[in-house]
Design a protein around this ligand. Structure first.
Ligand SMILES: *Cc1c(COP(=O)(O)O)cnc(C)c1O
Length: 216
């Protein structure tokens, strides 16, 4: 689907939800996409992208960043602590802060470098064993621990279970954010971003709807 159509759908969803135009940031998830497709979206003027692996992003983005100004790169996938330093160098925002050990590492690196990406805490709203994220019941404590370490926590992120109604998970994430005074909500993907916007998403992560099906 052309990028323009996705932008129109986001604008319509913002309007329908009574939200300000431009209040939702579209993150184009370019993981596993061929460089020609990514370049085409850059040539259309889009600058906010997301990747789910540090190593893949390291191979792909420095070259694009040399050629295109103001690229804003987000990490939306799991982050190993031994890749945290590389992640800080490359990403403006990390959406996958999901455990105390990573919070410790980021806090230490933030002190060393005087710099830290914006952070979203991933919440495992479906309480799935195989999925990363803090459990809903543990979110409040983890948020407050991160704040105590001066980490720049901007909001919460979730990936709903595949076979459940995503709106229930978006609503739960919104409630936890509100209770904890967080305004950022990273939720909504190709199949459900309009529903996420209706429930307060500030960042939608859209991959295949923009780029087409992922190969591999
Ligand atoms: C791949 C991915 C997306 C994008 O998924 P699509 O269904 O292709 O839009 C969003 N968020 C995360 C964390 C992802 O890994």
């Amino acid at each position: 689907m052309p990028l323009e159509d996705i932008r129109d759908r986001i604008a319509a969803a913002e309007h329908k939800a009574g939200r300000a135009p431009g209040s939702v940031t579209l993150i184009a998830i370019s993981k596993v996409q061929p460089n020609e497709r990514v370049e085409a979206v850059l040539n259309e003027g889009h600058r906010v992208f997301g990747e789910n692996r540090v190593q893949e992003a390291q191979g792909k983005w420095p070259g694009f960043m040399d050629r295109f100004q103001d690229v804003d790169l987000h990490l939306v996938g799991p982050l190993q602590t031994n890749k945290a330093r590389a992640a800080i160098d490359l990403f403006s925002t990390i959406h996958s802060l999901d455990r105390p050990k990573l919070a410790n590492t980021l806090a230490r690196l933030a002190q060393e470098t005087g710099d830290c990406p914006d952070l979203f805490i991933q919440v495992n709203t479906g309480e799935e064993d195989q999925k990363a994220g803090v459990l809903p019941d543990d979110a409040e404590q983890f948020i407050s621990d991160c704040r105590a370490r001066d980490l720049p926590v901007k909001g919460l992120m979730c990936i709903p279970p595949v076979h459940e109604e995503p709106a229930l998970h978006f609503a739960l994430l919104g409630k936890i954010a509100e209770r904890n005074g967080l305004s950022g909500l990273s939720m909504g993907m190709s199949s459900d971003f309009e529903s996420a916007i209706a429930l307060g998403a500030t960042h939608v992560r859209v991959g295949s709807a923009i780029f087409g099906a992922r190969m591999g």
